[in-house]
Design a protein around this ligand. Structure first.
Ligand SMILES: [Zn+2]
Ligand SMILES: [Zn+2]
Length: 343
């Protein structure tokens, strides 16, 4: 079968590899749609992975074509899978905070992923409720966006965004735009977005951001304070992988506000000078989130299925697997929004 495999730094190859064999009680999934994530691009530019070569891809939906005895009923079903495989037994899993599980591993990050015709889903994914049937009216393409949207859903739950909040989102890439859609669904009264790319700024405005601020051209703090009459944003989500954006978050948050450092920073750039007195005197909460629990994954699928969040408007490109290298180069140039591969 065809697979898009990372061999090292900037060394991604389209290869013909063996179809994976079923081990234990898991299933084999025929991948029908899979998205390229910033994490895949980071893996490509740094080559940093626990093992190489590895087939990348962790946002996916597909059809079960083969199953062990225990999951026979799934054969032929359309499913979407939480790629994070949790143990279900540790302190954190028991607490419902599976994302903290020290025994976690992730399909497409630690083991072969979905940029291939077939991918193995271990039985552990079923045991913690990480495999969900896709409702009939949703496409595989839409279902493949559950994973990144669920990470955003977790981020906003932790921020406790509620009706009337003024929410600022720094970064209007696919993730920032998902946050925009979710914040509206959570009841935000006003959404401000910071984005330096003109084209993305236009899309953010079209998708309903109340104000889009180009921080390369104007002082984001001054602008946010003008708009909010000196109060700042109740909630700031940093969806841009830049230390400067994290610093901006502290300058634009309101007293008693909440900040989520949603985007990780590149290795070597994670030390950011922060005025900790702002945290102290403005009495703000800074938190970070990544990944999503099985519960959040499931709720997110329900949000899409119920039509509360439309993800179709975020899909700008769909490639075949054999065009995978081209898809990657477009994604790594930041062109388009969500770029999918249909093996
Ligand atoms: Zn991802
Ligand atoms: Zn665990």
């Amino acid at each position: 079968m065809l697979a898009l495999r990372l061999h090292g730094k900037e060394d991604l190859r389209l290869e013909d590899v063996d179809v994976p064999r079923l081990e234990g009680n898991g299933v084999i999934l025929r991948v029908r749609a899979t998205g390229i994530c910033a994490t895949d691009i980071k893996a490509y530019t740094t080559g940093a992975r626990t093992k190489v070569p590895i087939t990348l891809g962790h946002e996916f939906a597909g059809e079960v074509i083969e199953a062990g005895d225990k999951y026979q009923e799934y054969v032929g079903k359309r499913v979407v899978v939480n790629p994070n495989i949790f143990c279900g037994r540790c302190e954190y899993c028991l607490r419902g905070e599976h994302v903290l599980c020290p025994n976690r591993y992730t399909i497409g990050i630690d083991v072969d992923g979905s940029f291939a015709e077939y991918v193995v889903i271990p039985s552990q994914a079923f045991e913690v409720g990480g495999v969900l049937e896709i409702p009939g009216h949703l496409s595989y393409e839409e279902a493949s966006l559950v994973e990144p949207l669920a990470a955003c859903f977790r981020g906003q739950r932790k921020l406790m965004i509620g009706p009337g909040d003024v929410v600022a989102i720094i970064g209007a890439g696919p993730i920032g735009l998902m946050h925009l859609k979710l914040a509206k669904a959570f009841g935000a009264a006003m959404i401000l977005m910071g984005e330096i790319n003109e084209r993305r700024a236009e899309i953010a405005a079209k998708l309903g951001a109340d104000y889009v601020i180009n921080s390369a051209k104007e002082d984001i703090e001054k602008r946010v304070m003008e708009i909010t009459r000196g109060r700042g944003a109740d909630v700031v989500i940093v969806a841009a992988s830049a230390g400067a954006a994290q610093e901006d978050a502290l300058r634009i948050v309101s007293r008693g506000g909440r900040i989520n450092f949603f985007a990780g920073l590149p290795a070597g750039k994670e030390k950011v000078p922060i005025n900790t007195n702002i945290i102290h005197y403005k009495q703000i909460t800074i938190l970070g989130t990544s990944m999503q629990t099985p519960y959040e994954f499931r709720k997110t699928l329900e949000l899409i299925a119920a039509g509360i969040i439309d993800v179709k408007s975020l899909i700008t490109h769909i490639f075949r697997l054999k065009e995978g290298l081209e898809a990657f180069s477009i994604a790594s140039r930041g062109e388009g929004l969500k770029i999918l591969i249909r093996p």
